[in-house]
Design a binder for this molecule. Structure first.
Ligand code: G1P
Length: 276
């Protein structure tokens, strides 16, 4: 059973400036809930009740969000407004929250390595909260992947088909299809040009990683954008052993971009708001 999920939340969110000047991008709300809370709820649903945040300067409100706000609780206790706190109270009851700060921004691989002390020597989930994944029909994306881990016992990346014009924004895989939606990865490239992309199967921000990834990241040289890339470390892991890719069930919104964020907002308002 995978018990921990790592949340790299140190990024700047420049695309949302000025909103993100003094506020973490992960705290931007989709309707009335911050993006990072959707991620935490997804992890908890998958049984990953220890949520480990790799944070940075200016991200304190994330820690505050996953704590009791004593004054607020006191103010609204016994009033009809208490219902507004239900979802976060549920999360606080079930989850354990740990944090470490990433002092320098050296890429996603570096962020994962920074989280090592919070994870230890066990398989773990990784959730990038910019990618909002919703599955109204069944299990959350991370829960689907945890299930798959029990079968394959190796690292797994979530993938989705994207238009070729967009492959440059993602890590892209090539793999042998084992059965519907499950691939064994042969090759992966971070942010390839259209010409260099091995396919249009893009990595989405959900991973299950085995702990040997930490040593591999340590020996991984900076890659695309001069950053230490998780995709490069996973490529090594795939060559040495096995990495699977999984076309998940559900909808994904790129909330790291303004159009994706607006689309997610409309979708959540129309399909979820006021319905739980
Ligand atoms: C990161 C990963 C990339 C992945 C993407 C998914 O990139 O490096 O492989 O496809 O997340 O959202 P970023 O969006 O941080 O540039």
């Amino acid at each position: 059973m995978i018990k921990k999920c790592l949340f790299p939340v140190a990024g700047y969110g420049t695309r949302f400036l000025p909103a993100t000047k003094s506020m973490p991008k992960e705290m931007l709300p989709i309707v009335n809930k911050p993006l990072v809370q959707y991620g935490v709820e997804e992890a908890i649903e998958a049984g990953m009740t220890t949520c480990a945040f790799v944070t940075g300067r200016g991200k304190r409100s994330i820690a505050d969000h996953f704590d009791i706000s004593y004054e607020l609780e006191h103010q609204i206790s016994g009033t009809g407004k208490e219902a507004y706190l239900d979802s976060i109270r549920g999360v606080l009851e079930e989850g354990v929250f740990t944090m470490v700060r990433q002092r320098e921004m050296k890429g996603l691989g570096h962020a994962i390595l920074t989280g090592r002390s919070l994870i230890g020597n066990e398989p773990f989930g990784v959730l990038l909260s910019d990618d909002l994944c919703l599955n109204a029909e069944g299990a959350s994306v991370l829960a689907q992947m945890a299930e798959l881990y029990n079968q394959f016992r190796c690292s797994i990346v979530a993938i989705q088909e994207v238009p070729m014009e967009e492959v440059h924004k993602y890590g892209v895989i090539k793999g042998e299809s084992l059965k519907d939606g499950i691939y064994r990865v042969d090759d992966m490239v971070e942010k390839p040009s259209q010409e260099d992309a091995p396919s249009n199967l893009a990595i989405i921000g959900r991973y299950i990683l085995t702990p040997d990834i930490f040593e591999i990241i340590e020996e991984t040289e900076p890659g695309a954008n001069g950053e230490i890339q998780l995709t490069d470390a996973l490529q090594t892991q795939a060559k040495r052993g096995c990495v699977m890719a999984y076309k998940f069930e559900g909808k994904r919104f790129d909330c790291g971009s303004v159009p994706g964020f607006v689309e997610a907002t409309n979708h959540v308002y129309e399909n979820y708001y006021g319905k739980d």
